[in-house]
Ligand binder design. Sequence first.
Ligand code: GLU
Length: 330
Amino acid sequence: MKKWFFLSAALLLTLSVGCSQPAEETSATKEKKTTFITIGTGGITGVYYPTGGAIARIVNKKREEYGIRATVESTGGSVFNVNAIMAGDLEFGIVQSDRQFQAVNGLKEWEYKPQKDLRAVFSIHPESVTLLAAVDSGIKSISDLKGKRVNIGNPGSGQRGNAIDALEAAGISWQKDLKAESVKAAEAPGLLQDERIDAFFYTVGHPSGAFKEATSGRRKTQFVSITETDALVQKYPYYAKSYIPKGLYPGATNTQDTPTFGVKATFCTSAKVSDQVVYAMVKEIFENFEEFKKLHPAYQVLTKKSMLEGLSAPIHPGAMMYYKEAGLMK
Ligand code: GLU
């Protein structure tokens, strides 16, 4: 399909250059139509935003060849991105692997409404469900959150569902036992430093601007372990144990790694986006993999193989075309 597309495009170009045609017609044929695509990300202090930027940067380098112009949008996060892709407002979006699973299977926010046209492209960095608390709040474990002011995330975010799962696993109701806030992750560090909240949850890759900001203020902070994860990991296929490495945020008081659980960031699109566009995006990221990996420290652990794991929506045919060609999939 793709080969046919490029061959015929090349043929058309050769023919049009070869024949003597009226001047305007020739330049019209030569001028490639630009396809504009927008990538939905998250808050600007997260890792999705620079990730969208990294993908756009690599793809835009080949603008002449593919005629694709990618731009990035800061959004409310995973749930927002799925819905905007499905509505046709975004062509691509970064989505937590658990949210991809829920959307495709009609669960949680999409209960009884499976998003049949959602397509997986590849997965990216691991994300940890991260709980940061002010030291003066006395919060040392998740059960200490009872009665505290805790940001669990805005409704369009991925982390809100993870915070609720973590709280429920510890026997805490976010509606009854907490003073739950629902603000965007980008606002939480400021609220914590201003003593307007005691702790906040954010599911994000590390290091992130949000935790750099939250841990480097006057108010001392610490990452809180989430250890009630056995049941969660058993119950949900998309959760795995993870940890926040010590030393990533020198401002935090932790002297050990912080155990928790996590998911993966994934790159998603719609079945309605063309094979040519998805193929070009995937090809450029995979063929410039070492360059891509250097664009954020959260990508250190990536391998091409790991980027094909954690996908639950059908893989977009344009992406599949590349994976087969590159021998990454059969
Ligand atoms: N995982 C978050 C979400 O889905 C976003 C994290 C980020 O922006 O890096 O809402």
